[in-house]
Design a protein around this ligand. Structure first.
Ligand code: SF4
Ligand code: SF4
Length: 153
């Protein structure tokens, strides 16, 4: 039987605004329309809420955590009859994992690309060359300085 980790649960509680996430009664309504659950058998927001209630740190932010499969679509927020807002719990978990350098390496690359180029996928001249070969327009410029200012704030 899983042992309750109060310390991790308190840490999570402190990040989430309010205590709505503690009222999950495990009905599974959030799973029914979740796109990540539909395409990945490893992802289940109901199970994530249960693990959060139990404070299961390793399962939630460890190497094999499923939280990174969530698309942040907010469907679970709308579906939950208890106003648990599973997405807010998942975002808080992602922030804890990132702060503790436990996020997948690819996220660091994406962050670097957004900081430097304002894009989640890095651009290089090769990209436009390939687009030209495919008969596509060059990639449009993005207001990098505006994005950097927003990120700073
Ligand atoms: S988060 Fe809401 S919808 Fe999902 S299992 Fe818990 S009570 Fe049900
Ligand atoms: S926000 Fe995440 S957990 Fe919620 S429905 Fe979308 S993919 Fe599923």
């Amino acid at each position: 039987m899983a042992k309750l980790n109060f310390e991790f649960r308190k840490r999570l509680d402190a990040i989430i605004d309010g205590d709505h996430h503690n009222y999950c009664y495990q009905c599974g309504a959030c799973v029914a329309d979740c796109p990540a659950a539909r395409y990945s058998p490893d992802f289940n927001p109901r199970q994530i809420m249960l693990l959060a209630l139990l404070g299961q740190e390793e399962a939630l932010i460890g190497e094999n955590s499923p939280i990174w499969l969530c698309t942040n679509c907010y469907t679970c927020y709308e579906r939950c009859p208890q106003d648990v807002r599973p997405i807010e719990v998942i975002i808080a978990l992602k922030n804890i994992a990132s702060g503790g350098k436990r996020a997948p390496g690819i996220l660091e690359q994406i962050q670097k690309s957004v900081n430097e180029q304002g894009r989640t996928v890095a651009w290089s001249p090769l990209v436009d060359r390939r687009r030209k070969e495919l008969g596509l327009e060059p990639v449009k410029p993005v207001p990098v300085e505006e994005i950097q200012k927003l990120l700073e704030e």
